[in-house]
Design a protein around this ligand. Structure first.
Ligand SMILES: [Mn+2]
Length: 390
């Protein structure tokens, strides 16, 4: 199904060994790993995107190791002609959401689950341009698209202290252990925690395929809120067997595990955990709002569209995923919403969540199933699926 581009690993490494030995463990430079991709975006077009109101962009100017400027887009077109000839970088986030030909860059990375991906960020730098030495908390594939960039890395930084009072996160100490000059088609994989500094040798563009890695703090915050919305208000604290209190002010230590036994019933509820997880990992970033269609469509209209050879396509901002729960059910997750599906095969769910386009044939034999058609209609009327012709 996912045909087309493959990542060309270095000699002696394949997908399995990459995932086993490098993924989330060690950096890997892959020379010429993506030479067949044609990087369909010019610097001028990237600058154009940075002028758009709804697109997130940044301009980083590095005067020297300790002096940095950060400016947030959208920018005026004239801004770019006023910039110096060296030492600045323009970064544009989520370009894959706006340009399908940029989203194609995700194809060769499909051996990693799609719900792990965040975005393709594209940067353009003039000679000497960089965002300084820093550490990211997520995995990234740094794909060189144009020109040459010098990457220096320190895989196990001893300190993560930042230079204080700067608008950008710059490490105060950086001792590179490895260094490469990358060229178009080269891919540098970095796991989280590797200190890195990439400096443009000449005008260059780097395409960063970034993964999602929410913090434990964010996850607990989201999970407990999810639970709070689903727990009955009426359940309250109850005492364990109570001896007469000799020291009325004392909290007996065994009250704590007793209380947590009660709370653990919620925290350990596998059914709720699974629903939260799928919902959480398919949530859409707040600034990427999906607009529902102006006029809601009926089941009949959607069925008619498909019967006429029409297609359904996922909204480019959307995240879809599915899960076989182990309790004999499959859940479909779309943009944080949870759908309990019955009678949908894993193959159909996978198609719904990852095929480029969905046609009538892909949806047989479920197309006549009323509850499935209801789900499909809801997905269309939320804007998660869009009617398309091709
Ligand atoms: Mn980085």
């Amino acid at each position: 199904m996912m045909n087309g581009m493959k990542l060309r690993f270095p000699e002696g490494i394949d997908t399995e060994t990459f995932l086993r030995d490098y993924w989330q463990k060690r950096p890997l430079l892959m020379r010429g790993a993506l030479t067949e991709y044609d990087f369909p975006l010019e610097p001028e077009e990237l600058a154009g995107l940075a002028c758009e109101e709804e697109i997130e962009s940044r301009l980083v100017i590095g005067h020297d190791r300790y002096r940095w400027e950060l400016h947030h887009g959208p920018f005026d077109e004239s801004r770019f002609s006023e910039l110096p000839e060296s030492r600045w970088t323009l970064l544009v986030q989520d370009v894959d959401k706006y340009l399908p030909e940029v989203a194609r860059l995700l194809e060769p990375f499909r051996f990693i689950p799609s719900w792990r991906f965040d975005d393709v960020m594209i940067s353009y730098a003039v000679p000497g341009g960089s965002v300084g030495p820093h550490i990211d908390t997520y995995d990234v594939f740094l794909v060189q698209g144009m020109g040459r960039r010098r990457w220096q890395i320190q895989p196990h930084p001893t300190r993560d202290a930042l230079i204080p009072d700067l608008p950008v996160r710059i490490l105060s100490e950086f001792e590179p252990e490895q260094e490469w000059v990358v060229e178009p088609g080269d891919v540098l994989y970095l796991p989280p925690g590797v200190a890195h500094w990439g400096i443009a040798e000449e005008a260059c563009m780097s395409w960063s395929v970034g993964l999602r890695a929410p913090s434990h703090q964010e996850m607990l915050d989201s999970f407990t809120n999810f639970l709070l919305e689903r727990m009955p208000e009426a359940e309250h604290y109850r005492d364990p067997p109570l001896p007469p209190a000799k020291q009325p002010a004392r909290i007996p230590a065994d009250v704590v595990p007793h209380t947590f036994n009660e709370l653990d019933r919620w925290l350990q509820d596998e059914r709720l955990r699974q629903r939260w997880f799928g919902s959480f990992v398919t949530e859409v970033k707040a600034h990427l709002a999906i607009e529902p269609p102006a006029e809601p469509l009926s089941k009949g209209e959607i069925l008619h569209h498909l019967r006429q050879g029409g297609l359904l396509k996922r909204h480019p901002f959307s995240h879809f995923a599915w899960m076989e729960t182990g309790a004999g059910e499959c859940l479909l997750f779309a943009c944080g919403d949870i759908y309990e599906t019955s009678g949908l095969s894993p193959d159909l769910l996978e198609t719904l969540c990852s095929a480029d386009a969905i046609d009538e044939e892909a949806l047989t034999p479920c197309i006549d199933d009323d509850s499935f058609l209801n789900t499909l209609t809801e997905l269309v009327n939320l804007g998660y699926l869009e009617l398309a012709h091709e």
